[in-house]
Structure formats: C-alpha cells, structure tokens
Design a protein around this ligand. Structure first.
Ligand code: SAM
Length: 320
C-alpha cells in the first residue's frame, strides 16, 4: 500500500501548476549577488558576456521599432530587473515588468524606484514610467492585469525565460499570447532561449543522460524521445540556476507565433550576435566596461567567452 507524501508547499505548488511552483521558488530564493560575489564566480565572464549580448539585442530591437516619442515595452519574465539600465539607455517611455517570482518582482520594483530617485537627484536623466506584475505568465492573461486597460507595446522582450512555459501546450500558448497580443502592428517580440538542437546533439554525444563541464550540467530523462511539450531536463549552472527547464523545438514556436500574426525576422546564435556587433567602437567599449570577455579581442580561433554561449539562440519576430 502506498503512503502519501506529506504535503509540503512545493508539492502543493506542483499539484496546481506542474513545475512552475518549483521554478518560482528557485528564483525567489536566489540571493541578489553582490558585484564581489559575481567577480569571484567561475562563470563571471560568461554571465557578463550574456549580459552584453542582451544589451545588443535590446538596443538593436529598439532601433528597429524606432518610435520618436519613446517605446512602450513589456519585459516578460523580468526577474530582478537586470535589464532596467538597458531600458533607460534606450530612452523608452513606459515599461511593464512581469514575473512569476513575487520576490524578484519586488526587487525589480525597488531597483526601479532607486533608479528614479538617483535620476531625480542628479537631474540629468528622465526615467520611464513603469508597472510591475507578479503572475505566472504561462497561466494568467496579462491583459486583465495592466493598469492601462488599452495598453499597447512596441516591443516585448523575454530573456532566458520562454522555455519554462514549454512544460505543456496550453502554457506555451498562454505565454506566447501574453508576449504578442498587445503588440502594435509592426511591433517586435525578442527572446533568448536555449538552443534545442545543441542540447540534443550534446546529449547524443554523451555516455549517459548528463553532459556539461565543471560549471554547468544538463540532465535529461532519456535519450530517445523528445516530446514537443514537456521535454524536461534539469539545468544546473554554478551558483545561478538549479532548476527544471523544457526544451523548445524552434520550428514549432515559429508555427505557433503565426496564430498571433507574427512573422520570423531572424533566429541567431549568440556567436552571430557577437560577430555582428563587436566591430563598433561603442560596443567594444561596452565589452570592456561590462568585462564581458577575459581578453579582447579574443585570440584567433578561441571564439568568445566559452562554448556554453552556443547553447543559446536569440529570435526576433515581428507583428504584421
Ligand atoms: N529575464 C531576466 C533576465 O534576463 O535577467 C530573468 C531571467 S531568469 C533566467 C528566468 C526568469 O523567468 C525568472 O525570473 C523566473 O522567475 C521567470 N519565469 C519562469 N517561469 C515563468 C512564468 N511561468 N511566468 C513568469 N515568469 C517566469
């Protein structure tokens, strides 16, 4: 006879929302790293490099949208607000930040308030308006939560997060609906997700169900079947992530987006984005300021920071 496991907060959460409770708990519990902690971390340069890539993606997307009076942006799965400064630099008009992890949303809001206060005191930069929503964006329709009822966005950015929704078809669709349904015609949805082809190829090359190195590990449940939804793997990245994730088969996402009148503009690897943007003097200065590479320019043939970046790809779709 089976005995039921005692109901913990986590098992209750799983019952209601699959693994999203586990994901939210992981991010809520994540300590805000100090600059010192980050410098000590073995993945220091890799994280900074990823952050520089996001700066390029965001700056280029805002250029593509190009609204003279400033853009309205949805930062879907905003986390602790790591991109707030990028939005300031992009001179946007309004930002809506949404995330499942309530503690992260609070930290994001505090960061924003501190930034507004700093700018007010120095008097040298005008800050955008912002709204903060704590919600499972693969479950809840954000349309019902915006303070501005007829809210329209020029850009939705979903960085390193969309894959969490691929636990189930309905969740992925709701997340996509939230990303796209309030975009103006001509508006863009930009995101970064792990590269599914790369994940499968590394899994197939490995002896068992796990691959990685001393910094990251990925563990799949099997090597033969990769369902379109719910294709779970555990991702561990030193000191940053230890969480279940779901693989995305990109052509499926592209097909799903058509339902929301979106067309694919491009799909690129981080390496492509690096190569396209590393020539400009301003971008090089930012690489140096953000300490995005251990050595710049990188030695010939060594690529950028580490092989891990190839695991990520970035896609941009446009609302037609
Ligand atoms: N976009 C931020 C950035 O680039 O710094 C945070 C990225 S972090 C790797 C992933 C984020 O996705 C976490 O903040 C997590 O809470 C959020 N997330 C995961 N599933 C979500 C969901 N169903 N709804 C909203 N946010 C979600």
């Amino acid at each position: 006879e089976e005995t039921a496991a005692p109901a913990t907060e986590e098992t209750e959460a799983k019952k209601e929302t699959g693994l999203s409770g586990t994901v939210a708990k992981h991010y809520n519990d994540l300590r805000e790293g100090s600059v010192f902690d980050r410098a000590r971390s073995r993945i220091y340069y890799q994280r900074n490099f990823n952050n520089w890539i996001k700066s390029m993606i965001i700056a280029n997307s805002l250029k593509a949208v190009h609204r003279k009076k400033g853009c309205t942006v949805l930062d879907l799965c905003c986390g602790k607000g790591g991109d707030l400064l990028k939005w300031t630099k992009g001179h946007i008009k309004k930002l809506v930040c949404a995330d499942i992890a309530a503690v992260s949303v609070q930290q994001c809001q505090k960061r924003y308030n501190d930034m507004v206060e700093r700018n007010r005191r120095s008097g040298n930069q005008k800050t955008f308006a912002a709204e903060f929503i704590s919600a499972d964006c693969a479950e809840v329709l954000l349309t019902e939560r915006y303070q501005e009822k007829d809210m329209l966005f020029d850009l939705c950015s979903c960085q390193f997060s969309f894959h969490y929704s691929f636990e189930a078809a309905a969740r992925a669709r709701t997340m996509l609906r939230n990303a796209c349904e309030r975009l103006r015609p001509g508006g863009y949805f930009v995101g970064t997700i792990p590269n599914g082809y790369e994940l499968v190829s590394r899994l197939k090359e490995s002896d068992g169900l796990t691959f990685g190195n001393e910094v990251y590990k990925v563990t799949f449940e099997n090597k033969e079947t990769f369902p379109l939804y719910g294709c779970k793997y555990d991702f561990h990245l030193e000191g940053v992530v230890d969480c279940p994730e779901f693989m995305i088969y990109f052509p499926l996402l592209e097909e799903m987006a058509k339902e929301f009148d979106m067309e694919l503009v491009y799909l690129k690897k981080f390496q492509d984005i690096y190569e396209e943007n590393c020539e400009s003097v301003d971008n090089q200065a930012l690489i140096s300021k953000m300490q995005a590479l251990e050595q710049f320019p990188p030695e010939k043939g060594t690529g950028t920071a580490s092989k891990k970046e190839d695991d990520y790809s970035h896609a941009e779709t446009r609302h037609t």
